[in-house]
Design a protein around this ligand. Sequence first.
Ligand SMILES: *[C@@H]1O[C@H](CO)[C@@H](O)[C@H](O)[C@H]1NC(C)=O
Ligand SMILES: *[C@@H]1O[C@H](CO)[C@@H](O)[C@H](O)[C@H]1NC(C)=O
Ligand SMILES: *[C@@H]1O[C@H](CO)[C@@H](O)[C@H](O)[C@H]1NC(C)=O
Ligand SMILES: *[C@@H]1O[C@H](CO)[C@@H](O)[C@H](O)[C@H]1NC(C)=O
Length: 224
Amino acid sequence: MLQGYRTHSHVALPQNTPDRMTLSILTWLMLLHCCCFSSTFGSSSEQYANQSICHKRRFQELSCSSLNLSSVPNYLESGLKKLDLSNNFIQTLNKESTASLGSLQELDLSFNRLDLLTRSAWRNLVQLQSLNLTGNNLDRNRKRNSAALQSLKSLKVLELSQNNLNSDTAALYLKNMSSLEHLGLARNKLTTLSSELFHQSPTWRASALKTTSLWKSTREPLRV
Ligand SMILES: *[C@@H]1O[C@H](CO)[C@@H](O)[C@H](O)[C@H]1NC(C)=O
Ligand SMILES: *[C@@H]1O[C@H](CO)[C@@H](O)[C@H](O)[C@H]1NC(C)=O
Ligand SMILES: *[C@@H]1O[C@H](CO)[C@@H](O)[C@H](O)[C@H]1NC(C)=O
Ligand SMILES: *[C@@H]1O[C@H](CO)[C@@H](O)[C@H](O)[C@H]1NC(C)=O
């Protein structure tokens, strides 16, 4: 329902195609319609959300979980170490929304609608050590997502469970992730895990293979 307005870009034109003039007017009308529709779209609380709707847990820890957010709140304070954005409807993060998050160490984005990780946004997270992406749609936009993940140089904990990932996509995402100590891949569509994947770092190989969530996904390849 939240993404319903997107379908408007696929409106079919009548079969008896009108002349160019009418066509361009039609196009403008459609554009206008889309703009108006999306700007009034959503409840006001999510459209203009800023940090005031979140809960301060501790010093440098903020929870914005389960607030029906469709984007990261504006004006997040700088210096945050932990940010919980789980259980919302966030589809992507832009670079403005992460600009103040250079100190962030833990980010929970589990159960959102993420399908696109853009490098420009993610490379702001220079100190990120733990990233929870459980329950998103990261089977899409593989190349761009991979590039974004590669930019997280300090990452130790990565949860990619329940993203409908196949073996190839998982391999792509985990390429060069030699700093990882914990990896969650449960409930994806993995059938094989390439030994190449574990070739790069012996310490990671050892610790990753111990994680129960990884084993679960290989034993139960068809459970999504
Ligand atoms: C944050 O939102 C509240 C209401 O939702 C508003 O009163 C306040 O001015 C906003 N703060 C900033 C910095 O925009
Ligand atoms: C989120 O949306 C659901 C369904 O519309 C509603 O019941 C719930 O109260 C909303 N939660 C918040 C925090 O706005
Ligand atoms: C990631 O999020 C899921 C769902 O919210 C939770 O069950 C899991 O423990 C989290 N993993 C980590 C490493 O925090
Ligand atoms: C990944 O690692 C390979 C060799 O292990 C290296 O050639 C390549 O440049 C690395 N890519 C990135 C994006 O770091």
